[in-house]
Design a protein around this ligand. Structure first.
Ligand code: NCD
Length: 332
């Protein structure tokens, strides 16, 4: 099988995870293995001692050039539960604010013998760029780049779906809202299609639906009531106004009228449908409070699963990388 360039960059010669940058191009068995591994880590959070020794002696640096609550703290907890030493670089007080380039910041952190960088950046492609530059002993994990990719979020969503709904092939999934600016939606689509989901409905105003998506194996809809008919999973997205460079919407009120997930609208979906959202949620804009807090909502469960997924990805990429190093040393 020929791998896409981005898959080649992410995988070792043996097909193991090395960097984790995007779901695009990753093979199904690897995604299934991430889910299985994460499933085995879910229990660590319930143990008296919430730690396993898989990253003992390793140094993980969190480099968040963009704001984050959930992603940053769950990456930190995941690294700590794997027994790594964790450094959270505060970008606002770091030399980046004095004009130091991204690569120079990285070179300096690398000189401190860091083993893994978790990178969030507003520039699409920044983690790929870094992964192309770093020496083979460093792993790069993408924690969200621009509108491009957010692979750990997509995989924690897959873990949530898998744990609550089982196999992917019979599921009907609606992804609702600002798809155009969403790195989460992009990687969710790659993950869902790779895992076998055949009915993925992207729902939103035409101005917030990306063009030419039918080639990705999805359908697009601008009527939410119709699109929710019979779905098993509803994934709501935030209006990402910080990425909007012009007026995409009449007003938040009108948006809520047409695309807000209310209790009334939720009745269109299957009675046991689940509601998900990557957070942060905006109550009364994309979702009614009673739905966000209701019994069909898994929004807070997703946060906990985020720790397990990040533990899985970090431990798999560290072991893939160690194997690669041993193989190349063996060949010398
Ligand atoms: C998402 C993100 O940052 O892309 N949130 C997250 O990682 N939990 C979605 C968003 O910001 O709306």
């Amino acid at each position: 099988m020929t791998l896409s360039p981005s898959a080649q960059l992410q995988l070792t010669e043996a097909g193991e995870l090395r960097h984790f940058l995007t779901i695009d191009g990753l093979p199904k068995p690897l995604l299934e293995r991430i889910i299985d591994t994460a499933n085995s880590f879910v229990v660590v959070g319930n143990q008296e001692v919430k730690k396993v020794p898989l990253l003992r002696g390793k140094t993980v640096v969190n480099l968040f050039f963009e704001n984050s609550t959930r992603t940053r703290s769950t990456f930190e907890l995941a690294a700590k539960r794997l027994s790594a030493d964790v450094l959270n670089l505060d970008i606002n007080t770091s030399a980046t604010s004095k004009g130091e380039s991204l690569l120079d910041t990285l070179r300096n952190l690398h000189a401190m013998h860091s083993d893994m960088f978790v990178v969030r950046h507003k520039q699409s492609g920044a983690p790929h760029f870094i992964a192309e530059q770093v020496t083979p002993d460093v792993a790069i994990i993408n924690a969200g780049d621009g509108r491009h990719a957010h692979p750990t979020q997509a995989m924690l969503d897959m873990l949530t779906i898998h744990r609550h709904k089982g196999a992917f092939d019979q599921l009907k999934v609606a992804i609702v809202g600002d798809i155009l600016h969403s790195r989460v939606a992009r990687d969710q689509i790659h993950a869902l299609t790779t895992l076998g989901c055949q009915d993925i409905r992207l729902v939103g105003p035409n101005t917030l639906l990306p063009p030419h998506v039918s080639s990705l194996g999805v359908t697009t809809h601008s009527n939410l009531d119709r699109a929710l008919q019979d779905v098993d999973i509803i994934i709501m997205l935030r209006l990402q106004t910080e990425r909007m460079d012009s007026a995409f919407l009449p007003s938040a009120d009108e948006y809520y009228q047409a695309y807000g997930l209310t209790r009334q609208r939720l009745l269109k979906a299957k009675p046991d449908a689940i509601v998900m959202h990557p957070g942060p949620i905006n109550r009364g804009i994309e979702i009614e409070s009673e739905v966000a807090d209701g019994k069909q909502s898994l929004i807070l469960n997703q946060v906990g699963y985020g720790i397990a997924i990040r533990m899985a990805v970090m431990s798999m990429s560290m072991s893939g990388q160690m194997q690669q190093r041993q193989n190349s040393e063996g060949k010398q």
